[in-house]
Design a protein around this ligand. Structure first.
Ligand SMILES: C[S@@+](CC[C@H](N)C(=O)[O-])C[C@H]1O[C@@H](n2cnc3c(N)ncnc32)[C@H](O)[C@@H]1O
Length: 408
């Protein structure tokens, strides 16, 4: 099967190899708009993808299994395109992919931005809120729009997160005869909504007033909406260090509170995932708001009491226990859910939970540490230390040894 990337310039913009593949195909599958770009000389049967597309892919492929099939894709088929579904269904070795420049390649060409210095955030089928995690003064971000309304949503988000001075370039119908560019700043948007096919280039400019959020864990406590149930900044930074997120990994944040640990886990890489489990309904709602505001709207919130609420969750790479340590069966359930090599980190400020962690430390090893943070505060005309409650933290990597067996 050949997958042919096609742009707004249609047949004229295709390479010789792409044209040959389409001429020789017995069946061409694509979106109605893409199929409409083919000239009459392509005599193949034309099949329009049903909607919704993804569940229909296996059926369409099976229906034409014994014929020469070409699939039309928009731009680069393996960049947020149909190429992903086709490699999942058929395997990469059964596909020949002929890419066309992607919307990102076109947009960077028009803006004069090096592609490797450009962050890409997609709003297609996902919330624009993810852009918030990519906002850093001086960075260039391209937003792949879901439609004509996306530029106004981007502008609103930028204003709301302290990036109103950012320059926005809306690039419509890239590569086509009706290509158009609209410029402005987030502050002074909206321009009238334009074409549904557009990409938004953002040159991030921070307003210098809104609290600045860095790229590493340990965001200021004020970045979170909270009722006080919040792992504070310095302990949080140490906690994320021990959890050691890597791209693509899944965290369970058990006793999510305000959600800060799951939020900061997910902010380390767009492919990181987290599930926050929180028994209190009000706090569960707050976790979702914090996740949305800080650019990780994909954080899953499970409202329920652990360990029961953990049943059926996908296998984690790491578990953080921030609350509920003394709930019977909770720590065992977290430990049992972890695969070998998985990490567990548990924090507590109470003696009862600390005793539990000391016993686990004896059994499984790891690091048992006490984090005592003090802040300088005014004392009369002088300055003194105000000590926060010390936090006991147990951090351990689960070894392949069966649980309960004493270390040698
Ligand atoms: C200290 S807070 C965690 C703070 C959190 N790491 C943060 O930074 O926002 C502990 C939370 O655990 C929740 N909790 C306690 N026991 C629980 C259980 N068995 N299941 C689910 N949540 C629980 C409490 O409602 C509370 O919100």
């Amino acid at each position: 099967m050949t997958v042919v990337g096609i742009g707004a310039d249609g047949w004229d913009g295709l390479t010789g190899a792409a044209r040959a593949a389409l001429r020789e195909a017995e069946v061409v599958v694509g979106g109605a708009r893409q199929l409409g770009l083919l000239p009459a000389e392509c005599g193949a049967q034309r099949v329009v993808w049903p909607s919704p597309l993804r569940p229909a892919v296996p059926g369409v492929l099976a229906a034409h299994a014994d014929r020469r099939v070409a699939v039309l894709a928009s731009g680069d088929p393996l960049f947020y395109g149909i190429g992903r579904a086709l490699t999942e269904e058929l395997g990469a070795e059964r596909l020949r992919v002929l890419p066309h420049p992607s919307s990102v390649a076109y947009a960077c060409a028009r803006l004069g931005w090096p592609v490797e210095d450009t962050e890409v955030v997609t709003a297609v089928g996902r919330p624009v809120a993810r852009l918030a995690a990519a906002l850093h003064d001086g960075r260039r971000v391209l937003v792949l729009s879901a439609g004509a309304g996306t530029p106004a949503e981007v502008a609103e988000l930028l204003r709301d997160r302290g990036f109103g001075p950012s320059r926005m370039s809306v690039l419509e119908r890239l590569g086509g005869a009706e290509e158009r560019r609209v410029e402005g700043t987030a502050q002074t948007w909206p321009h009238p909504a334009g074409d549904a096919l557009n990409v938004v280039g953002v040159e991030c400019r921070w307003d210098g007033v809104t609290p600045r959020l860095g790229a590493v864990p340990g965001l200021p406590d004020g970045a979170y909406e909270s009722d006080g149930q919040l792992t504070k900044r310095h302990v949080r930074a140490a906690t994320l260090g021990a959890l050691a997120p890597a791209p693509g990994e899944l965290l369970w944040d058990v006793g999510g509170g305000s959600g800060s640990v799951g939020v900061e886990w997910m902010r380390t890489h767009p492919s990181c995932r987290a599930v926050a489990v929180e028994r209190d309904a009000e706090r569960a709602g707050r976790i979702a708001r914090n996740a949305e505001r800080l650019g990780v709207p994909g954080l899953r919130v499970v409202r329920g009491t652990a360990p029961e609420a953990l049943a059926g969750l996908p296998v984690p790479d790491a578990v953080f226990v921030g609350g509920g340590l003394t709930t019977p069966g909770l720590l065992d359930a977290c430990w049992d859910a972890l695969p070998a090599g998985g990490r567990l980190v548990a924090n507590t400020v109470t003696l009862e939970s600390e005793a539990l962690l000391a016993e686990r430390y004896r059994r499984h090893g790891g690091d048992l540490v006490r984090l005592a943070v003090a802040h300088a505060v005014p004392v009369g005309g002088f300055t003194g230390w105000r000590q926060a409650m010390p936090v006991t933290q147990w951090a351990v990597v689960k070894s392949p040894r069966p649980s309960g067996e004493l270390p040698a």
